[in-house]
Design a protein around this ligand. Structure first.
Ligand code: ZN
Ligand code: ZN
Ligand code: ZN
Length: 271
């Protein structure tokens, strides 16, 4: 599997649109890896996880929505679900094919939001998208990929999920947005092969265990995974950084050294 990160920021992006904090001003100057767009990851060329407002921009970094047949949603926060962009799948904005629909996987909240938007905008879109409701711990297949949604510790009034994806004996754990994983997740992850794990490090050096994590809690999750899973040769990537914690690439790399890889927009892995 090829796992590519197109965006590695939290909701506001870095630099944040309206922000004049020291971090955002610094990033406006130094640019490079420190510019971070909203979180988006692809698995090979056929699956994309989440659909942020920066999806269009990501197409200039290699994301090919003509090849992507499946969108996996983690939850409905606007930095993961840009409703208006999904509506561009309708006739008039493109030339969709009823025999080649876009498959959309999400919890009931995600699907409800999208259905309401389609009802309002253009009901013809139902001919070109297929909704699949996902629930934690109910495994399903997309072609040769085995997808296991797990519970996220993120938004109390929504059934947010993270994903474990398996193909050809390789395993990818997509762990954001979430605080410390709910205990139940570990029962389902036990014994799994993990070659690459993405962990939510929104809070950087600040301690956080609910909703999002910082380095301390990412370390706890990593240790737990190493205890119960087959993690030989596994890589752990930190992502979903907020401007509030000064996520400067070189500084973060120094901070986590050999423990974690600090994600940046465009980084990719072959597992
Ligand atoms: Zn987010
Ligand atoms: Zn800022
Ligand atoms: Zn979120």
């Amino acid at each position: 599997m090829k796992i590519k990160f197109y965006g590695t920021a939290a909701a506001e992006g870095i630099p944040a649109l309206f922000c004049d904090c020291d971090t955002c001003n610094l990033v406006r100057k130094i640019k490079g890896k420190d510019i971070r767009t909203r979180q988006q990851v692809t698995v090979d060329d056929s699956i994309v996880i989440d659909f942020p407002p920066d999806t269009y921009m990501h197409t200039f970094m290699g994301l090919d929505m003509l090849k992507i047949k499946h969108i996996l949603f983690t939850h409905s926060h606007a930095d993961h679900l840009d409703v208006e962009e999904v509506l561009l799948k309708a006739p008039g904005f493109c030339n969709p094919d009823e025999n080649d629909p876009l498959h959309i996987y999400g919890n009931e909240t995600v699907i409800d939001i999208l259905e309401k938007a389609i009802d309002r905008a253009d009901k013809r879109l139902y001919n070109y998208v297929v909704f699949h409701k996902v629930s934690a711990f109910e495994e399903f297949m997309i072609d040769d990929y085995k997808i296991l949604p797990l519970k996220a510790n993120h938004k109390p009034n929504e059934k947010c999920v993270i994903y474990y994806i398996e193909k050809d004996g390789k395993g990818y754990l997509h762990g954001n947005d979430t605080g410390l994983f709910p205990e139940e997740d570990y029962a389902y992850l036990k014994g799994k092969k993990i070659d690459l794990a993405t962990l939510d490090c929104c809070f950087g050096e600040k301690y956080s265990e609910m909703s999002h994590m910082g380095v301390d809690c990412c370390r706890m999750v990593k240790n737990k995974l190493e205890e119960i899973c087959d993690c030989e040769g596994a890589k752990y990537v930190l992502t979903h950084f907020s401007h509030n914690v000064r996520p400067i690439q070189s500084e973060l790399e120094e901070l986590v050294k050999d423990e974690f890889i600090v994600g940046y927009d465009g980084i990719e892995f072959e597992i």
